[in-house]
Design a protein around this ligand. Structure first.
Ligand code: GTP
Length: 236
């Protein structure tokens, strides 16, 4: 079999993606199909770490009356719910999975310990990083960038509802143009909404490439993990 292009990937799954067609919560069919694809990636011998968002349960930034830090902590808790749902689906497929949380909640999951996460990956386990970076004011995209740097991942697979990076919001502008490839500096200079500037800068400084792609189409996660040309490639 051909050597996969990437040895170790961080898959970032937005919370909204887990809701599928629903407004809120977890669509079990979506979780199941994501877990099926992760199983395929593992079968290719690629190390998989996952960072999940929480927007399907709680969106801190849509709560302007609430203290930002409080709203962000609530968002971190939402990511833990998603992580456990994903772990359950993976384990149902006999994929060994460990959840690590950036905020200690030992009764529920392991605390984040970098060296331990690395060891799990070396043993072929999928590691799900929950609770973002553990700090308010940081997005789960920033958590993905941080964890990718820490675990020496080759690429971040940014699974979104939209199928790539566009020059304007394709949900609002039907004439929005998709980029096939980009550099991080373009995201910053053009103020593209794909990632916040903290996450973008972290990836740029640490030369971590990102593949931004749509999660709605079956098979896309595995294609991205195998380095196929889908969505938008942001050069590291
Ligand atoms: P190895 O030592 O490499 O074999 O890894 P392991 O994860 O199998 O070892 P360990 O005995 O540490 O963990 C066994 C199980 O307990 C795994 O499912 C872990 O995720 C879980 N576990 C370990 N530490 C904690 C913790 O602090 N809290 C919770 N809730 N679970 C934990």
């Amino acid at each position: 079999m051909q050597e996969p292009k990437y040895k170790r990937v961080v898959l970032k799954i937005s919370g909204e993606a887990l809701a599928g067609e629903k407004e809120f919560g977890i669509d079990q069919d979506v979780i199941n199909s994501i877990a099926d694809e992760i199983k395929e990636i593992r079968e290719c011998g690629i190390d998989v770490a996952i960072v999940v968002g929480g927007g399907n349960i709680w969106r801190g930034r849509n709560s302007p009356q609430m203290d930002r830090a409080t709203a962000d902590y609530m968002g971190m808790l939402a990511t833990v719910i998603n992580a456990l749902a994903l772990q359950d689906a993976l384990e149902k497929r006999n994929i060994e999975t460990r959840v690590q949380t950036a905020i200690e909640m030992k009764e529920i999951a392991e605390p984040y310990i970098r060296r331990r996460a690395m060891r799990h990956l070396e043993k072929g386990r999928v590691v799900i990083f929950a609770a973002g970076t553990g700090n308010p004011y940081f997005s789960t995209d920033t958590a993905a960038a941080l964890r990718a740097a820490e675990i020496e991942a080759d690429v971040i697979l940014l699974a979104k509802k939209v199928d790539g990076v566009y020059d304007s919001d394709p949900m609002k502008n039907p004439n929005a143009q998709k980029f096939d490839s980009l550099e991080y500096i373009d995201i910053l200079n053009r103020g593209l909404g794909v990632m916040d500037s903290t996450a973008t800068s972290l990836c740029m400084d640490n030369k971590i490439p990102i593949i931004v792609f749509g999660i709605n189409k079956a098979g896309n996660i595995i294609k991205a993990a195998l380095g196929e040309n889908i969505g938008t490639f942001v050069k590291g």
